[in-house]
Design a protein around this ligand. Structure first.
Ligand SMILES: Nc1ncnc2c1ncn2[C@@H]1O[C@H](COP(=O)(O)OP(=O)(O)OP(=O)(O)O)[C@@H](O)[C@H]1O
Ligand SMILES: [Mg+2]
Length: 287
């Protein structure tokens, strides 16, 4: 039977197609964004790394939390998923003080309503991971919101459920990653409801695009940390004095190669599988 895919949306990185009433195809492109701008140069295989990593984590967490993965296509970048009714929340977990969390802490000594001890430095590990939801912005940056506003968006019971699920997922993956030399400073999930009203993990999981990965051997609080995957791109963009508004600069070959190598290294370290084996048969990450 031939298949008719209907294109329904393009994100910054992924293309969404409907397969039928129950299933979507999520196709991760090789586009890369930095400072929230998609660059004109692609990173070969980046989309395959994102899809393979998500599938790896979905397979390992499915007993604890149902997710939308149905299957991987042989191209390694396309994932068949159950179609969900997505919740209007970006479910962020932070284990370290970075990014907008660090800015909030400097201003008010708190992040999303969690007051934190005095004297924390940039990139310090938090006493325990915190759940800091944000609204999904249709344009511009997502906005951090406190628990009360988040609960008003999805209901108190559902809020508690996504909070618990997010923290459990983060604890599991951050322990696994730390053993392999990668710190997951923070991460974002999107959940949805299936036809039966069950909470299901959707979107992508613990990829470099949804998470801040730091190399553990270079970790040193008191300053921003290098990014495991995007640092070459960031350093190159900074060296140009680009003002971070679109259009972004083209990337030279050595920056593309270095960045591709880092994505592949993140994949191989986290999954314990060679990327070549993944390309030969994407299902290796599901075992
Ligand atoms: N199982 C699912 N059912 C329905 N929609 C889903 C499912 N999984 C993910 N989505 C949606 O698919 C889209 C994924 O595309 P993509 O990540 O490229 O775009 P985005 O998140 O809107 O933008 P960004 O570029 O900031 O990531 C998101 O809108 C996400 O909410
Ligand atoms: Mg997304």
């Amino acid at each position: 039977m031939s298949e008719t895919l209907v294109h329904v949306a393009s994100g910054k990185v992924r293309e969404l197609f409907t397969i039928d009433d129950d299933r979507l195809l999520l196709v991760a492109s090789d586009r890369i964004s930095t400072f929230d701008v998609v660059l004109p140069t692609a990173i070969p295989d980046k989309g395959r790394v994102l899809t393979g990593l998500s599938a790896f984590w979905f397979a390992r967490t499915q007993r604890a939390r149902a997710n939308h993965l149905v299957g991987l296509r042989p191209d390694g970048r396309s994932m068949e998923c159950r179609r969900l009714e997505m919740l209007p929340l970006e479910c962020v977990v932070r284990g370290y003080l970075a990014g907008s969390g660090w800015k909030d802490y400097l201003r008010e000594g708190a992040v999303c309503g969690y007051s934190l001890p005095d004297g924390l430095r940039e990139s310090d590990q938090l006493p325990e991971p915190i759940f800091t939801p944000a609204t999904k912005a249709h344009v511009g940056h997502d906005e951090n919101i406190d628990a009360e506003r988040a609960a008003a968006l999805v209901g108190v019971e559902r809020y508690r459920e996504v909070e618990r699920a997010s923290l459990d997922l983060y604890r599991f993956a951050s322990e696994h990653a730390a053993e392999r030399g990668i710190l997951i400073a923070d991460t974002k999930f999107e959940f949805g409801l299936d036809a039966a009203g069950q909470l299901v993990l959707g979107d992508e999981a613990f990829t470099p695009d949804s998470s801040r990965f730091w190399p553990a051997d270079e970790y040193e609080p008191g300053r921003p940390q290098p990014s495991f995957d995007k640092q070459y791109v960031r350093d190159y963009c900074e060296s140009l004095g680009w003002d971070k508004s679109p259009p972004g600069p083209d990337l030279p070959g050595d920056v593309v190669e270095g960045t591709r190598a880092r994505y592949v290294e993140a994949f191989e370290r986290l999954t314990g599988t060679s990327f070549e084996d993944y390309l030969a048969n994407p299902e290796v990450v599901l075992r």
